[in-house]
Design a protein around this ligand. Structure first.
Ligand SMILES: [Zn+2]
Length: 584
């Protein structure tokens, strides 16, 4: 009986859904799976700057990220990880007398090796502090303070205009961002200790933050997240404005691709994605949403979460790199276990914090994934089955017997949202982009939110001959694994029957048919957004064919070397709409 009660209780508390599944996959990969396996020797090799694996010269990069990501995962799951405690103990022992981790720094002219060391130390600083915030272990805070003091002492040297100019050019992985990425750690150290020198240094670094072409986007975006943190501790509007301006600048400079990806290197060097950059862009967008409630931030966060971040995750749980092609993605790929796997996990843990928010006693459900939200007198758990039936169940876990507002955000990718309670339509009013239902909730009430998914074409190029197709939040692609014939030579002459009439892009109904019933859905399948797409093959247009068009998010359960085309070649407008169409 007692066991049954425990099971029931844990069932009531545990989250379930696609986001939780993705979070669990990467948590397990970091804790147990491989290769490579993240054991103590492996993780701490960079804190000691000992050779034996890649990138140990970025001292603190793997170790600091490992500590920070697992601290965030532990906070989310409520589980303690003994290996994390041991690795923190091991890291603290490796700290140099001057406070930094890794090989000795130069004392004369700044070297590339100094920048590599600084990069990793920035990751170590925030990692130790996230761990301290979770455990309150004094040695973790003491090590972070010692590292912070090292940074304060190094400030004049690295804040110099000479170093900034020398490293803001083509240095990329050892660019000036190696210095500025420490910002989020320094701000957090100030928040926890209230020691002014950390804040002073943080302000100086924020003033030296700028974006430039071919920059390492992850380093830049991490620094901008530090600027957001600086706003939160100081309340000074100029820092929020700075972060918002930089966010808009990334978007306006063409550095956010249709799938919600920010390339590893800013334009004009757009070559591949990077899990870290995607994770930063997602976190930055959610943080700006939390601070401003401007819809553009939530809209952008959802494009990135449902598409690029999902696609970026490999079946192993790793995050990493994919090569960007003119039409979408191609191999080679890389499981970037040295950074993206941890940063991806850190971002997934952060997403749970933005699923709900409370506002003047009302509980608002913002992001249609699984999560838990609490306002005074009301606690609700969301179980999302969006990818299977376009709906989410909102279960009341606790209610105080008074009337409360539950508001469900109507996302940009839905034409409508309907609420029901125990199978009956629930009366709701539309207010500021939310459906609002007010009543005296009972523990055990289950509200179902059902989203009517919008189909949307995004056009590209001067001749408007290419379009990307979204269904609901998902960007759709034809992939080589499911539709090999689509990639037959000359596939660059393929045409799909999605057309434009009177200046409006629209779908030919016959060109696109739901394909949900085909095959058993895999672990990360999105059957609600699968279609059969009619197309004219480049080599034999006299025999129209069909290909499977499915969310790029499904990449996770497929082969790493898959090819995804999401920029689809449209039939030219001038060719007309009749079914006798033949390419010239
Ligand atoms: Zn990375």
């Amino acid at each position: 009986m007692r066991l049954l009660l425990c099971l029931l209780l844990s069932g009531a508390l545990a989250l379930a859904g696609n986001l939780t599944d993705r979070f669990n996959l990467t948590t397990k990969r970091v804790l147990k799976d491989g290769p490579p396996v993240f054991d103590e020797k492996f993780v701490l090799a960079d804190a000691a700057a000992k050779p034996g694996r890649r990138f140990t010269e970025f001292s603190g990069d793997v170790s600091g990220r490992y500590i920070g990501a697992l601290a965030a995962a532990s906070r989310q799951t409520g589980e303690r990880y003994p290996v994390l405690d041991r690795i923190v103990t091991g890291a603290v022992k490796l700290q140099q007398p001057d406070g930094h981790f890794g090989a000795p720094m130069s004392t004369g002219k700044v070297l590339d090796s100094d920048m590599a060391t600084l990069w990793g130390n920035g990751r170590m600083l925030i990692g130790l502090l996230e761990y301290y915030d979770l455990t309150h272990r004094p040695d973790a805070l003491a090590a972070a303070r010692k590292l912070g003091d090292f940074y304060v002492k190094a400030g004049p040297r690295f804040n110099s205009e000479e170093v900034r100019t020398a490293y803001n050019g083509e240095k990329f992985a050892v660019g000036y961002i190696c210095w500025t990425n420490s910002l989020e750690g320094l701000v957090e150290l100030y928040r926890l200790t209230k020691a002014e020198p950390y804040l002073t240094l943080a302000r100086e670094i924020a003033a030296r933050t700028d974006r430039h072409p071919s920059q390492h986007s992850h380093g830049f975006l991490t620094t901008v997240r530090g600027v957001v943190a600086l706003y939160k501790v100081t309340g000074e509007k100029r820092y929020l404005e700075q972060a918002e301006t930089e966010w808009q600048g990334v978007l306006d400079s063409g550095n956010v691709l249709v799938q919600g990806a920010v390339p590893e290197m800013f334009a004009p060097q757009i070559k591949r994605d990077e899990g870290c950059s995607e994770a930063d862009w997602l976190r930055l967008s959610l943080e700006l949403w939390d601070l401003t409630r401007r819809p553009k931030y939530m809209q952008q966060a959802q494009i990135t979460l449902f598409n690029e971040i999902s696609m970026n995750q490999f079946h192993t749980g790793d995050f990493g790199h994919h090569t960007l092609s003119d039409a979408g993605l191609v191999p080679p790929f890389a499981h970037a276990w040295w950074c993206c796997t941890f940063h991806g996990l850190r971002a997934l843990a952060a997403v749970f914090q933005s699923v709900f928010h409370d506002q003047s006693g009302a509980l608002l459900y913002d992001l249609p994934v699984d999560g838990r939200g609490t306002s005074a007198g009301l606690t609700i758990r969301a179980d999302s089955s969006l990818e299977r039936n376009a709906s989410v169940q909102l279960s009341v876990l606790k209610a105080d017997g008074k009337a409360h507002d539950l508001r469900v955000r109507v996302p940009e990718w839905a034409t409508d949202v309907k609420l029901s309670l125990a199978g009956q339509p629930l009366k709701a009013t539309v207010q500021d982009g939310y459906l609002s239902a007010s009543r005296v909730w009972q523990t055990g009430d289950v509200v179902t939110a059902t989203y009517a998914l919008r189909t949307r074409l995004v056009k590209r190029g001067n001749d408007g001959r290419q379009a990307a197709l979204f269904h609901g939040p998902w960007l759709l692609a034809v992939d080589e694994t499911a539709s090999p014939a689509y990639f037959d030579e000359p596939s660059n002459e393929n045409k799909v029957e999605l057309r434009e009439t009177n200046g409006q892009l629209h779908l030919e109904p016959a060109a696109l048919e739901p394909a949900a019933a085909t095959g058993a859905p895999g672990r990360f399948a999105v059957p609600v957004a699968r279609f059969r797409l009619k197309y004219l093959p480049g080599g034999y247009s006299m025999q129209p064919q069909t290909a499977l068009l499915r969310p790029i998010a499904e990449y996770t359960s497929g082969p790493d070397a898959n090819v995804l085309d999401f920029w689809l070649p449209l039939v030219p407008t001038s060719e007309g709409l009749d079914s006798n169409y033949r390419p010239k």
